[in-house]
Design a protein around this ligand. Structure first.
Ligand code: LLP
Length: 429
């Protein structure tokens, strides 16, 4: 599945194709976009985003549901706007994300607020604008939220995030539903927590929530988690607290390198069957997908700066780096790297690395590529957790971003300049 010759690769994500020897996104050549806007450059396909959303919408059609895009995956305003206009709510994890969500035009009642460390100020602002639900992650947080809501004479809508102790079988840094993780309230404490929440004058119980991890490529962890959540719903309701909605979180994986996660609609066919069989088919379903909506809709285009062949390793030095694409450095993640205009010459094996002064600054290892300095490469599957995790390390400005719709490209974020970066700093008197 990885690219091992100078020829065009055999598999590309939907809406990315080769045409006349050029890598295209929808109806536009990436080469032309890079010439016009410079590199590194993130380019997203609107059709790919909407197609990914469509699979969830098909899977949940006919059910009361709310898809809340986990905007941490890619929080650029125009990306949010695209999903919000198509009906999505948003899953946020900070006051900053709340302001972005509002700026993108989402109805506040379609916002859910996740995360283990909400501050009082964030709670107040979220209550003030009237968000749909707080996914609460600890008893201490529940008490603070109660206090804040009471001080505003409001009742905060709450779900408790349950830690179902299910192994999502993914990278340890992105597995969140196991007992050893910092997330959620332990299974055995959940019913008591709900009893307590129901007795608080500043809280209104609306649902239950779980999220077991990210880049999950099998259906079984979801089916297991659903069973455990439904056992809890039964116990909570027996204790006298009704649960109107069930939030099954996000986490569905994408194909980075021959991965075969279930399609969202096929997964939901199985999950809904279980929900119905267990008698909970009438509940409103919430989900919080991030990566699976945007991950394969984007690429990062980078220019080859220098070829540096060596005795032990050949290095291909490109103008994108770990500050633009942190996933390889952080999780040893694999992203396909594809020349925009593949050459027919024989390939050599390269480590593709950036200009940042760290040995961890690599984008791909041992890649067979036929390239010359000045060639352009696409780092594939870069729509999720790349730009949103980008930093200014080495005082590198963050890349520009384009959204392509058919044959139209819109600049949705300008390249950050050095002046932009120095704006918040002051010299000593
Ligand atoms: N809901 C909650 C509460 C989450 O913590 C997350 C992701 C999501 C939803 C969305 O999960 P997704 O559908 O995107 O898998 N930076 C890592 C991924 C971290 C995921 C954090 N939580 C990466 O690049 O792989």
């Amino acid at each position: 599945m990885s690219i091992t010759s100078g020829a065009a690769p055999t598999t590309l994500p939907p809406f990315f194709t080769f045409h006349n020897g050029q890598l295209m996104v929808e109806g536009l050549a990436l080469n032309a976009l890079a010439q016009q806007h410079g590199t590194p450059l993130f380019v997203y396909s609107k059709a790919a985003i909407l197609a990914a959303l469509g699979a969830y919408q098909r899977g949940l059609a006919g059910r009361a549901h709310q898809i809340c895009y986990a905007m941490k995956a890619n929080s650029t305003l125009a990306i949010l706007q695209t999903l919000v206009r198509a009906g999505c709510g948003l899953d946020i994890v900070s006051g900053g994300e709340l302001e972005r969500a509002l700026a993108a035009g989402v109805e506040p009642c379609k916002i859910i607020f996740s995360g283990v460390g909400k501050t009082r100020a964030e709670m107040r602002r979220a209550l003030d604008v009237g968000i749909g639900c707080f996914n609460v992650e600890s008893r201490a947080e529940l008490d603070v939220l109660n206090e804040v809501a009471r001080s505003m004479s409001l009742r905060a809508p709450v779900s408790v995030r349950v830690n179902p102790n299910v192994d999502a079988k993914t990278h340890p840094y992105i597995s969140t539903g196991l007992k050893g993780n910092k997330f959620g309230i332990a299974h055995e404490d959940v019913v008591d927590t709900y009893r307590h929440a129901a007795s608080c004058a500043g809280l209104r119980v609306v649902g239950i929530d779980c999220h077991i991890g990210s880049q999950i490529t099998q259906a079984e962890p979801y089916l297991d988690a659903m069973d455990r959540i439904l056992d809890l719903v039964q116990a909570i309701e027996t204790a006298g607290v009704p649960i109107a909605h069930i939030d099954f979180g996000g986490g569905l994986g994408i194909d980075y390198n021959g991965d075969t996660p279930p399609e969202a609609d096929a997964l939901w066919l199985r999950l809904l069957h279980k929900l119905d069989t267990r008698g909970y088919g009438d509940r409103k379903i919430f989900i919080e997908p991030g990566r699976s909506l945007v991950g394969n809709a984007g690429v990062c285009v980078t220019e080859v700066l220098y070829l540096k062949p060596g005795e032990q390793k050949n290095f291909l030095i490109v103008d994108a780096a770990m500050n633009d694409l942190p996933r390889p450095a952080m999780y040893q993640a694999f992203h396909q790297i594809v020349p925009l205009a593949p050459r027919s010459e024989p390939t050599a094996v390269w480590d593709v690395v950036g200009p940042v002064c760290e040995s961890g600054d690599w984008l791909g290892r041992d890649r067979a590529l036929a390239v010359q300095a000045g060639d352009l490469l696409a780092v594939m599957s870069a729509g999720a957790y790349c730009m949103s995790m980008a930093s200014n390390y080495n005082t590198r400005g963050r890349a520009a971003e384009l959204l392509v719709d058919g044959e139209t490209a819109t600049l949705i974020r300008a390249r950050e300049s050095a002046t932009d970066q120095l704006r918040f700093e002051s010299l000593l008197p």
